[in-house]
Write a protein that binds this ligand. Structure first.
Ligand code: ZN
Length: 211
């Protein structure tokens, strides 16, 4: 029997790095449902997990997020201007080695709300301490522009799951989200004091809401 050829072992072993999984697509594509499934599988396997959700409004605190099919998921809410707060929860004693013995997985919902560069830094910090990161975000805003860090994270991801919805106008494959009510400010969620209403549409049926 032939011996399998082994690559030469490097002299210095680089520290283990976490894996990045990105779930991306328009609203109503089942992205949060996918996160809920991941959460239940990972918790059944006894991983130590933290779940965060970016908020357009600043409600703060803990609570539950719900997918459109109404299954609850326990989350820590993070205001959209302060993604760095995620690190305070992941490393409670400012110990950047926490990932080795502490939190093993971090799930973050609605990442499109966070400022792109600041959020990418947060993800890189988590990955560099061997924490696996699962994020979920819209690729485009209602103006069909790139939204937050989602697209950049897709390019960095170890695994990228792109999900689609059904266009409410033509029944085709929907990759976009159209705003149909609410203000014209970019980041308005569907909960909180100011809310907007959305539908999923295909690129050709998409209209840009002007108020
Ligand atoms: Zn359409």
């Amino acid at each position: 029997m032939e011996k399998p050829k082994h690559k030469k072992q490097p002299k210095t072993i680089s520290p283990a790095r976490g894996k990045l999984t990105v779930i991306a697509g328009p609203m109503f594509a089942g992205k949060t449902t996918k996160l809920l499934t991941l959460f239940s599988v990972l918790s059944n396997l006894d991983f130590s997990i933290l779940v965060f959700k970016a908020e357009a409004g600043k409600n703060g605190g803990m609570g539950h997020t719900r997918s459109h099919d109404e299954r609850p998921l326990p989350v820590i809410y993070i205001g959209m201007d302060e993604p760095e707060k995620i690190l305070q929860y992941a490393y409670p004693d400012h110990d950047r080695k926490a990932g080795r013995k502490g939190i093993q997985k971090v799930i973050i919902d609605n990442v499109n709300f966070f400022p792109k560069d600041a959020f990418i830094k947060v993800v890189q910090t988590l990955l560099s301490s061997n924490i696996d990161v699962y994020v979920n975000g819209l690729i485009y805003n209602f103006r069909k522009e790139e939204y937050g860090a989602t697209k950049a994270l897709m390019a960095m991801a170890d695994e990228c799951i792109e999900q689609y919805s059904i266009c409410v106008r033509c029944g085709g494959k929907a990759a976009h989200t159209e705003r149909i009510a609410g203000g014209t400010e970019v980041s308005i969620g569907t909960t909180g004091k100011t809310t907007a209403k959305y539908i999923a549409v295909c690129s050709s049926c998409h209209r840009i809401y002007t108020g």
